[in-house]
Design a protein around this ligand. Structure first.
Ligand code: PEP
Ligand code: MG
Length: 916
């Protein structure tokens, strides 16, 4: 039995109970029936379950067997059960009997593919081996039988290369070097021009390379090849790119992959053979057209790797009309069967069609909405089902930027394929490492990754890039598939571009663009445009989107508000469907150039009188801002938070002041500026705190300097009265930040209520208002019953609550987050997705305690989590009244809230939410 590899991190999670006695490890499929079925994704992985389902549905699927995911988990634990080998050999025997062939032996040798297939699709992240079973003898038999020696030798050289790379760790580049130099020697441009003799010499060189690198011959025994390939697929579950992909997509590390062993069919048997991939609808736009690409005389990897640019599927209709019709009929049957858009892979061997895979296809947000709407119209799914057919985060696609072209001189450098919509404007880099480096160190504001073609190794670079440009590859190339999943702009296969990765140059239309130069991409049309264009925010008035949201909104119970500080953002939020403002951070009004000066005077004042004088100057400015905000929101509620951040945030940095003073002292010692700067420095030093996030901030500011609260509250009420007198109907919620005790709350609410009464008396007008607090400290959550005696509403500031519950600085988490994610200590960044087991429990408990005291207590959340789908669903489950998020996350939050409500209707309320 092969040596299992133990990954200590995964070993623990993979569990340690031996299930060998009861577990069925190998599931057969073929001859019209399968041991498994489409619902067994946990066991068989997505691909294995799909193959079983397709077989059961009577599709022409090459037979084979699936080794289930438990085997991979055993591999991770370093304890593969002997039953696995036993069941695998029995399944192989059954396959051989069915095919009338023997693996790698006899006149008509059986060859198999060995592929990974996890529960969740991880395109290209793990390894595959094709043509397994070939050896020095079998290749001759295959040449003889197929009457196509070129095909036989080509298949063998591919096996040695893949097996060498994946199983034996021989660097791929070394194989490529041999291949290219023989191509050069033979003076051929395309791979398929190589003669059988040239391919034979490639095989000889490949085998020498394997011997040199591993000290052993390339294995000739088919069973030895099979066991080693299976284990290599298990190993590939733990490779870096697979781990990165899982991290980005929140896929559990312990799930493991299944291994699918399947009889090979060949798309490279000659001009009557081919292979392709496709979708039953357009995955970029959702348009109801049969969509796909294929290559004649090729194997699957040629299509998806992007090395050869494939033909459109409509060409197949002309070239092989019968096969085309059969393919169309099968895939539409599968679309009806699964009631969802299908993505499929097929091979034509000697004019006969085989289906290798069909599954629910990945698509952009635009396509997801369109397909959902069309399918309801076509009667395939219900309106409720449609709501689940779009991932909440996919709605970003409607908000992706577009290029501003009006009035601009547009120089189109090249037109590639519109692989993933949206626009990206950025500085170019040529490697994934550079993308990460220049993005992370902040030297490039926006990075565009330019590659000949992307490979799964590029995943980390693609994640940080604003857009991707490739010169090769089609709509189903790696770059296209991955960026669509990420909702990121991509132009693929821009053939007029020459990408010189070694020289870090992009040459196109007589221009040479170097590392760091700006270009613009339009992923919706495929254009590559010279220079740095401006981008325009998408308008969320797409008719499909409007219709979809009209199904979504009536279903949800949670209200959705926006975090917005200025009238412009408030207006934007309303166009995205905000039902109020859940957080207006008033300090943001003070950073404007005309205000910071007064703010600084106020902070520098060392007595109340001077402070009040400075505040008086700020008052009309704040009042004007609030007037704008109340007007924009009409009668919707507006939650205004009193000043929160540590005061030093408004002052210049101590180090900058020191440098400036020193410079002036050296060059202009009599400069009057020194008179200003020295006291400023003294005050900055006075205000310096070891832990400013735990220092003079939040309600502590208003308690230490009540005149600040007085001024802000006066500005708020005067503005409200102005708007009301002009016929408006403002609804204010005044929020005190960072409360930890009822005494703090009472102190501030007394000021608020007193000033309100003063203003109402002065202006002879009253407005509706409530006084409440943020719950952002564990003590506030623990004493929520007391705080609710005074507070009329709670808004959970889950950014600070996460910071204070974990004791992790929200600004410094990146120093160790990668390690925490890598070791599985965090499944995701707790500042992005609410920690339901810890912080979430505080939210749940405080809500219950607060409502116990005050049953009408209004409760919401306004931390970053308010726009995160999982966190929104949690907020629904625990019965909050609303979530508040940044304007661009409103659509996402609306959909997540609707999905949560529907899920609850289907399964009943979750009384234990967040306890696991
Ligand atoms: C919070 O802490 O969650 C919050 C919304 O406030 P801020 O991010 O401004 O501290
Ligand atoms: Mg906060």
């Amino acid at each position: 039995m092969a040596q299992a590899v133990l990954d200590p991190q995964l070993a623990d999670k993979a569990g340690s109970t031996s299930k060998a006695a009861t577990t069925k490890y190998v599931y057969f499929f073929g001859d019209g029936k399968a041991d498994g079925n489409g619902r067994m994704k946990d066991v068989l992985g997505g691909k294995g379950a799909g193959l079983a389902e397709m077989t059961n549905a009577g599709l022409p699927v090459p037979p084979g067997f699936t080794i289930q995911t438990e085997a991979c988990r055993e591999y991770m634990r370093g304890a593969l059960s002997p039953a696995i080998d036993k069941e695998m050999y029995a399944a192989l025997e059954r396959l051989e009997k069915l095919q009338g062939q023997k693996l790698g032996a006899g006149e008509n040798p059986l060859l198999v593919s060995v592929r990974s297939g996890a529960k969740f699709s991880m395109p290209g992240m793990m390894d595959t081996i094709l043509n397994l079973g070939l050896n020095d003898e079998a290749v001759e038999a295959l040449a003889e039988r197929s009457k196509n020696p070129r095909f036989a030798y080509d298949s063998y050289r591919r096996l040695i290369q893949m097996f060498g790379d994946v199983v034996l760790d021989v660097p791929k580049k070394k194989f490529e070097h041999i291949f290219d130099s023989i191509k050069h020697r033979e003076k051929v441009k395309f791979d398929y021009e190589l003669t059988p003799a040239a391919l034979q010499s490639i095989i000889v060189e490949y085998k020498k390379l394997v011997k040199k690198e591993t000290g052993k011959e390339f294995p000739q025994k088919p069973l030895e090849q099979l066991v080693a390939a299976r284990d290599a697929v298990f190993r590939s579950w733990q490779n870096d790119r697979a781990k990165t992909y899982r991290r980005i997509n929140h896929i559990d590390d312990w799930l493991g992959t299944a291994v699918n062993v399947q009889a090979m069919v060949f798309g490279n048997l000659g001009e009557n053979s081919g292979t392709g991939v496709g979708f039953t609808r357009n995955p970029a736009t959702g348009e109801h057209v049969f969509f796909g690409e294929y290559l004649m005389n090729a194997q699957g990897e040629d299509v998806v790797s992007g090395v050869r640019t494939p033909l459109s599927i409509s060409e197949l209709e002309r070239a092989m009309p019968k096969v085309y019709d059969h393919l169309k009929a099968i895939t539409w049957k599968m679309e009806k069967h699964y009631r969802d858009m299908q993505d499929f892979e097929f091979t034509i061997q000697d004019g006969k069609l085989y289906m290798l895979q069909t599954r629910n296809g990945k698509r952009t947000g635009l396509a997801a909405v369109r397909v959902a709407i069309d399918m309801v119209r076509e009667g395939l799914i219900t309106q409720e089902e449609a709501i689940f057919r779009v991932e909440p985060n996919q709605l970003y696609d409607f908000l992706v930027p577009r290029l501003v072209e009006k009035g601009e001189k547009i120089e189109v450098l090249a037109t590639g394929l519109p692989a993933s919509p949206g626009a990206a404007v950025g500085q170019i880099v040529f490697t994934a490492e550079d993308a990460v480096k220049y993005h992370t160190n902040g030297s490039f504001k926006s990075v565009i990754l330019v590659r000949g073609e992307t490979t799964p190794e590029d995943i980390a670079g693609m994640e940080v890039a604003s857009g991707i440009l490739t010169s090769r590859g089609g709509m189903t190339s790696h770059a296209a598939v991955v960026t669509r999943g990420m909702g990121k702009c991509c132009v693929a296969g821009a053939g007029d571009c020459t990408v010189d990765e070694a020289k870090r140059e992009l040459r196109v239309k007589g221009h040479t663009y170097k590392h760091g130069d700006w270009i613009s991409l339009d992923g919706t049309t495929g254009r590559v445009i010279a220079g740095k264009l401006k981008t325009l925010d998408a308008q969320p008035d797409d008719p499909d989107l409007v219709k979809f949201m009209s199904w979504v909104d009536p279903v949800r119970r949670l209200k959705i508000r926006a975090n917005a500080d200025i009238p412009r953002d408030a207006k934007q939020a309303r166009t995205f469907g905000a039902e109020g403002i859940g957080l207006c951070r008033t300090e943001h009004m003070f950073f404007a150039e005309d205000r910071i000066e007064h703010m600084r005077t106020m902070i520098l004042a060392d007595n109340e009188k001077d402070r009040r004088a400075a505040l008086k100057k700020l008052l009309p400015m704040q009042r004007a801002d609030f007037v704008g905000l109340f007007k924009s929101m009409e009668s919707l509620p507006v939650t205004i938070r009193l000043l929160d951040p540590p005061l030093h945030e408004f002052l210049p940095k101590r180090e900058d002041l020191l440098v400036e003073i020193k410079h002036l002292e050296d060059t202009k010692p009599r400069s009057p500026k020194l008179k200003e700067l020295r006291p400023l420095l003294a005050r900055v030093e006075e205000l310096h705190e070891q832990n400013p996030m735990l220092g003079l901030r939040g309600c502590r500011l208003g308690i230490a300097f009540p005149e600040i609260t007085e001024m802000q509250v006066r500005a708020i009420f005067e503005a409200a009265v102005i708007v009301k007198k002009k016929g408006g109907d403002p609804h204010l919620e005044i929020m005190v930040p960072l409360i930890g005790s009822i005494e703090e709350m009472r102190n501030q609410s007394a000021i608020i209520r007193r000033v309100a009464e003063e203003v109402f008396a002065e202006k002879s007008t009253k407005v509706d208002y409530m006084v409440g607090t943020m719950i952002e400290l564990p003590r506030a959550a623990l004493t929520a019953d007391q705080i609710a005696e005074d507070a009329e509403f709670f808004s959970f500031g889950t950014n600070d609550l996460t910071q204070t519950t974990f004791g992790i600085s929200r600004d410094d988490i990146n120093n160790f987050l990668p390690a925490y994610l890598k070791y599985g200590i965090f499944k995701q960044d707790p500042f992005a997705t609410l920690d339901q087991a810890g912080v979430g429990q505080l939210v749940k408990m405080a809500t219950a305690k607060g409502r116990n005291t005050r049953p009408t207590l209004k409760v919401g959340i306004c931390g970053e989590h308010g726009g995160d789908p999982e966190s929104v669903k949690f907020c629904h489950k625990i019965g909050l009244n609303y979530v508040s998020c940044s304007p661009f996350r409103l659509l996402t939050a609306r959909l997540a809230a609707a999905q949560a409500a529907l899920q609850e209707q289907q399964t009943g309320p979750d009384l234990h939410s967040g306890t696991n």
